[in-house]
Design a binder for this molecule. Structure first.
Ligand SMILES: Nc1nc2c(ncn2[C@@H]2O[C@H](COP(=O)(O)OP(=O)(O)OP(=O)(O)O)[C@@H](O)[C@H]2O)c(=O)[nH]1
Length: 915
C-alpha cells in the first residue's frame, strides 16, 4: 500500500480534495472520502489520468439552448450538457456523469440553476430526482444511478432551502456535483442537512421570504421524508416562524399533490355544488402567483388582527380570491380552521392535546413547539394524520416586513464563505484549551502581540483560509442558539480527552449536533498524556453512532494535544476539507443579515452586541434591526478589538448603537433607514406580546393518555436523566421495549446527572418529556421547564417509571398522586447531638417546611435519601412549620449523614384524578 490518502494526492496534483474524489470515483476507484487510503496501483492510475488529462481530452461543458417543450419557465434558461471526455479506463456509463466544477470555474455552469437542466445531463437519471420515494431506491444500484441517490440524500437539506439565497447553487450542485455527492455519500447518509449550513444564514428569514423555487422542485413529488427533514430545520426553535413545508412549496404546490387544503369561505354558498371544492383547489393552485413571480404577491383579504392587517411599512402578501364551499357538504366532524394558527390553537380547535399535535407533526418530520404557526398545508396534513377532517377557513395574509432585503441571491453573486465552528465536548476535556491553542497557533503564525479581545467568535487562518470559531464552547450554547431559531454552526468539533474517552456530556454533544444535523469532526485531545488511548475513544464513539473514517465510517477524527499543539494544524486542515464539502457560500454585495451571538448592557457604552454576519456586508453607520431591537451602528470592532468599517459574510463584529439589548440567537438585518428599523422592531414587539398571550398549553404524559387511547400518537419521545449509568441504562432498555400497536417509546437522549438547561431545550425542540430518575432539577431548571411547558417527571423507583409509561400507553393510568413541593431548605452547618444524631442548621430558601412533611435530601442534584423529618426546631422550640427566610434546626429520621450544602426538599403527595 502506498499509504497515500486522497487529500494528499490531491495536494500533490494541485487539485482540491473534492475534485480529486470526483475524479477517483469517475475512474471507478473506491474511495469514500478525502481520508481514504489509496493503493499503489490506484495512485499510479490517478497520477497518469490527471497528468494525461491536463494535455489530453477533457470533460467539456457545453451550453445548449433548451427546447421549449422541456422548459416551462418564465425566464430564459441555458441548459448545460456535460460531455465527458472519452477515457480508456472509464466506462461510458461512468463518464456520463457530470464532472464536478471547481469553484469559480466558468460562468457557464453558474447559469444553470434549474433542475430541468439536470435532465439533459443525466439521461437515465432525469426522472430520478422526482422519484423521491423509497421503493424506487433499489433501482439505484448501478453506478450510473448513484449520483441520483446522492441527490436524494442531499435533498432533505435542499428541501428547506429553496427560499434561501444559495438556492440556485444548491440546485446546480445537484447535478454538477453529483460525483462529489456520491463520493461523500457517507457524510450525507448521516447528515441529511449537511448542505444546509451554506444556506443557514437565512434560515430564520424564511417566513418573510417571498416564495421562490424552481419549477422542477415544485412539481416534484419528492420523498416525503426529505421534505420533512427540511421542514424540521425550518421549524427548529423559531417561535415566530411559520410552519412551512420543507420544499417551501406554497399551498398551491401541495394542491397538485393532492394535499390541497379544503377551504371554507365565510360566505358559504349553498348554490355551490359538492364537487366544486376540488376543482377550486386547482384553480387556486393555478392562480397562486408566487410560483412564477416570487416577489409579487396579490392582495388578499386578511383575518389577522389590525396590527398585522395594516402594519406600518409592512406589505401584505397577496392571495387569490377564496373559493366558496358549501357547508352542507362538509364531512361530519369537519373542523374549520383559520390559518395561520399556532400549534396550541390548532390543538384546541380540533379538541386534541398539544402533545398529540406535536407528535403528529413529528411524524410529518416537523419539530414544532406549541407557539409556532402552522400554515394551511400543514394544517391539512395534520388533519389527515390525526384523522380529523379539516377545512381551511380564512387564510390570513402573510406579512412581509418591508425594508428588509429578502431577495434570493443569484448563483453568480455567491462567493465562498468561511466555515463557522462550535467546539463541544465533556467538561475538562479541553475545549477551552483547544480553542486557545488554535488561536495561539494562529496568532504566532500570523499576528504579533496576540489577540486582546474575545467578542464571542474568533477568526483563525489555515492555509490562507479563514475559519470562524464561536467562542462559547459547549453544546448548551449551541442548542440555546438553536432553540432561538439560529443555525450558525456549520461544523461541530467534538473534543474527547484521549485519557478519559466518551463521557456523558460527550454523548449530549453528539445528540445535540445530530439533532441539528451539523457534521461532527472528532478531536481526540490530550494525546500528550501517558494514559492516552485513542483507540478506546474511537471504540466508545461507535457506541454512540459515530464511526470514524479510518474504520469505514464518515466522521473525520484528528488526534490533537492542546498542550503541545500536536495535530492542531491537521485539525484546521480537516475543518477546511469538511467546509469544502459543504460548499458554504454567501453574497457579500447585499445588506447584511445574520445572528446576534452575544449582547450585554455596558454602563458606559450602552447596548453592546456581537453580531455574526452570515450574508451580505455590514457597514458602520448602517441601521440595524436585531430581534425586537433597532438602532444605528455607532461603532464597529472586529474580534481583535480593531475598529472596522465593513464586515463581510462569516465575520463577527461588536457593535454599539442598538437602543436595547437583543438576545443571543436573534436574527439581525441591516436596513436602509433608521425609521424602518424602528418600525420593524416595534411591530415585532407587538407580535411577540400577542404570542406570549396566546401561550397556554403544555406537553405532559397525562395529556398523551387520551390520544394514545384513540391511537393517534405513534411515538412517545423521552429524555432520561438519572443518578447512575446503571439505572439510566436499565430504564432505557426497559422503556425502549415498551410498545403496542398504537404507540412506541423513543428515547431521544439519556444522561447521568441532574436535568440541565440543555435537556429542557432538547425537550422543547423535540416535544419530549423528561424522566428524572433519582435526580432533582434545580429551582432555576424547574422554572425554565415550567416556562417552556416541558414536563419533568421525577421518580425514585424504576418500576414506577415503567408502570406509568406503560399505563399511559394503555390509557389505563390509575388516579395518580402528584407531588407538591412545599419548600426547600439548605443545610448551612451540622451538629452532633448526643443521643439524637446529626442535626442540620438550616435556612428555608423557598416555600415552607412542615414538621409532618415528607422530605427528600438532594446533594449536587442527586437524590440521596427520602424520608421523614425527625425534629424541626426554631431555637430550642419544636415547631410545626418554618417559613421562607427563617433559620431552623432539622433532623431526619434514620439518617445521620447530613452535610453542609445539602438541600432538603419538603413535599406532600396529593391525589389527582386522571383526565
Ligand atoms: N496534558 C494535557 N492537558 C490538557 C490538554 N488540553 C487541556 N488540558 C487540561 O485539561 C484541563 C481542562 O481543560 P479546559 O480547556 O479547561 O477544558 P474544558 O473542556 O474547556 O473545560 P470546561 O470549560 O470546564 O468544560 C486543564 O487543566 C487543561 O490544562 C492537553 O492537550 N494535554
Amino acid at each position: 500500500m502506498s499509504n497515500i490518502k486522497v487529500h494528499e494526492l490531491a495536494k500533490e496534483l494541485n487539485m482540491s480534495s473534492k475534485d480529486m474524489l470526483d475524479k477517483i470515483n469517475v475512474m471507478g476507484i473506491d474511495a469514500k472520502s478525502h481520508m481514504s487510503v489509496l493503493s499503489d496501483m490506484d495512485v499510479i492510475a490517478i497520477r497518469n489520468t490527471v497528468l494525461r488529462g491536463k494535455n489530453g481530452p477533457e470533460t467539456k461543458i457545453v451550453k445548449v439552448v433548451p427546447k421549449k417543450a422541456e422548459v416551462q419557465q418564465d425566464k430564459e434558461e441555458v441548459k448545460v450538457v456535460v460531455k465527458a471526455a472519452a477515457h480508456p479506463s472509464v466506462s461510458p456509463e461512468k463518464t456520463a456523469k457530470p464532472q464536478p466544477q471547481r469553484q469559480g470555474q466558468g460562468q457557464q455552469q453558474k447559469t444553470t440553476n434549474e433542475n430541468h437542466q439536470h435532465r439533459t445531463v443525466q439521461e437515465n437519471q432525469q426522472q430520478r430526482p422526482a422519484q423521491g420515494n423509497q421503493q424506487q431506491r433499489p433501482a439505484q444500484g448501478s453506478q450510473q444511478q448513484r449520483p441520483a441517490q446522492g441527490n436524494q440524500q442531499q435533498r432533505p437539506a435542499q428541501g428547506g432551502q429553496q427560499q434561501r439565497p444559495a438556492q440556485g447553487s444548491q440546485q446546480q450542485r445537484t447535478h454538477q456535483g453529483n460525483q462529489q455527492q456520491r463520493s461523500h455519500q457517507g457524510y450525507q447518509q448521516q447528515r441529511p442537512n449537511q448542505g444546509n449550513p451554506q444556506q443557514r444564514p437565512n434560515q430564520g428569514y424564511q417566513q418573510q421570504r417571498p416564495e421562490h423555487g424552481n419549477q422542477q422542485q415544485r412539481t416534484e413529488h419528492g420523498n416525503q421524508q426529505q421534505n420533512r427533514q427540511g421542514q424540521q430545520r425550518n421549524m427548529e426553535g423559531n417561535p415566530a416562524q411559520q410552519v412551512r413545508h420543507a420544499d417551501n412549496k406554497p399551498s398551491s404546490q401541495k394542491n397538485t399533490e393532492g394535499k390541497q387544503p379544503q377551504r371554507y369561505h365565510e360566505k358559504s354558498n349553498a348554490q355551490q355544488k359538492s364537487n366544486e371544492g376540488r376543482p377550486q383547489q386547482h384553480q387556486k393552485s393555478e392562480q397562486k402567483p408566487e410560483q412564477k413571480f416570487p416577489n409579487q404577491k396579490q392582495k388578499q383579504k386578511s383575518s389577522l388582527p389590525p396590527m398585522q392587517q395594516k402594519p406600518v411599512h409592512h406589505k401584505s402578501k397577496p392571495k387569490p380570491a377564496e373559493p366558496e364551499i358549501n357547508m352542507e357538504e362538509l364531512a361530519p366532524g369537519t373542523k374549520i380552521i383559520n390559518v395561520p394558527i399556532t400549534v396550541a390553537g390548532f390543538a384546541d380547535q380540533i379538541e386534541k392535546s398539544t402533545s398529540a399535535v406535536i407528535m403528529a407533526l413529528m411524524k410529518l418530520g416537523i419539530m414544532a413547539n406549541i407557539n409556532q404557526n402552522l400554515d394551511e398545508d400543514t394544517v391539512v396534513l395534520l388533519g389527515e394524520e390525526l384523522g380529523v377532517p379539516i377545512m381551511v377557513g380564512k387564510v390570513a395574509e402573510e406579512v412581509v416586513e418591508e425594508g428588509l432585503e429578502l431577495f434570493e441571491d443569484k448563483e453568480e453573486d455567491l462567493k465562498s464563505r468561511p466555515p463557522i465552528i462550535t467546539v463541544m465536548g465533556h467538561v475538562d476535556h479541553g475545549k477551552t484549551s483547544l480553542l486557545d491553542a488554535i488561536r495561539k497557533t494562529n496568532v504566532t503564525s500570523t499576528e504579533s502581540g496576540g489577540i486582546t479581545q474575545h467578542i464571542g467568535a474568533s477568526e483563525v487562518y489555515a492555509n490562507g483560509h479563514k475559519i470562524v470559531f464561536l467562542d462559547t464552547p459547549g453544546h448548551e450554547a449551541f442548542t440555546a442558539m438553536r432553540a432561538r431559531g439560529a443555525h450558525v454552526t456549520d461544523i461541530a468539533v467534538l473534543v474527547v480527552a484521549a485519557d478519559d474517552s466518551v463521557k456523558p456530556q460527550t454523548v449530549e454533544a453528539i445528540s445535540h449536533a445530530k439533532a441539528a444535523n451539523v457534521p461532527i469532526i472528532v478531536a481526540i485531545n490530550k494525546m500528550d498524556k501517558p494514559g492516552a488511548d485513542p483507540t478506546r475513544v474511537k471504540q466508545d464513539l461507535t457506541e454512540h453512532g459515530i464511526l470514524i473514517e479510518e474504520w469505514g465510517g464518515d466522521t473525520i477524527c484528528v488526534p490533537v494535544s492542546a498542550k503541545s499543539g500536536e495535530g492542531i494544524d491537521t485539525l484546521l486542515e480537516m475543518i477546511l476539507l469538511q467546509a469544502e464539502v459543504l460548499e458554504l457560500k454567501a453574497n457579500p454585495n447585499r445588506l447584511a443579515m445574520g445572528t446576534v451571538i452575544e449582547a450585554r448592557l455596558d454602563k458606559t457604552k450602552g447596548s453592546v452586541a456581537t453580531l455574526l454576519v452570515l450574508n451580505g456586508t455590514l457597514q458602520a453607520g448602517m441601521s440595524v434591526v436585531a430581534g425586537t431591537c433597532s438602532g444605528r451602528i455607532k461603532a464597529m470592532t472586529n474580534f481583535k478589538g480593531d475598529t472596522i468599517r465593513k464586515a463581510g459574510p462569516a465575520t463577527a463584529v461588536e457593535i454599539l448603537g442598538l437602543t436595547e439589548v437583543p438576545e443571543a440567537g436573534d436574527e439581525f438585518n441591516a436596513v436602509k433607514e433608521d425609521k424602518i428599523a424602528r418600525e420593524i422592531a416595534e411591530n415585532r414587539k407587538q407580535k411577540l406580546r400577542e404570542e406570549v398571550m396566546a401561550r397556554n398549553s403544555s406537553v405532559t404524559l397525562e395529556q398523551l393518555f387520551s390520544q394514545i387511547q384513540e391511537g393517534e400518537v405513534k411515538e412517545l419521545n423521552l429524555i432520561i436523566k438519572g443518578d447512575v449509568q446503571g439505572s439510566v441504562g436499565a430504564l432505557t432498555q426497559s422503556l425502549e421495549k415498551l410498545q403496542n400497536e398504537n404507540v412506541k417509546v423513543k428515547i431521544i437522549h439519556t444522561g447521568v446527572g441532574t436535568v440541565t438547561e440543555s435537556d429542557i431545550m432538547l425537550a422543547n425542540t423535540s416535544g419530549a418529556i423528561i424522566i428524572a430518575f433519582n435526580v432533582r432539577p434545580s429551582t432555576a431548571i424547574s422554572s425554565m421547564a415550567e416556562r417552556e411547558k416541558i414536563e419533568i417527571r421525577t421518580y425514585r423507583v424504576i418500576y414506577d417509571v415503567i408502570d406509568d409509561v406503560e399505563a399511559a400507553m394503555k390509557g389505563m393510568l390509575d388516579p395518580v398522586f402528584k407531588e407538591v413541593v412545599l419548600g426547600k431548605i439548605e443545610i448551612r452547618n451540622t451538629f452532633k447531638v448526643p443521643g439524637v444524631g446529626i442535626i442540620g442548621g438550616a435556612y428555608v430558601l423557598e416555600g415552607k417546611v412542615l414538621r409532618n412533611a415528607e422530605i427528600r435530601l438532594v446533594r449536587d442534584g442527586i437524590v440521596i435519601h427520602e424520608g421523614k423529618i425527625s425534629s424541626l426546631k426554631r431555637f430550642k422550640d419544636d415547631v410545626k412549620e418554618v417559613n421562607h427566610g427563617y433559620e431552623c434546626g432539622i433532623g431526619i429520621e434514620n439518617y445521620n449523614d447530613l452535610k453542609e450544602g445539602d438541600i432538603i426538599e419538603a413535599f406532600k403527595m396529593e391525589e389527582i384524578e386522571r383526565k
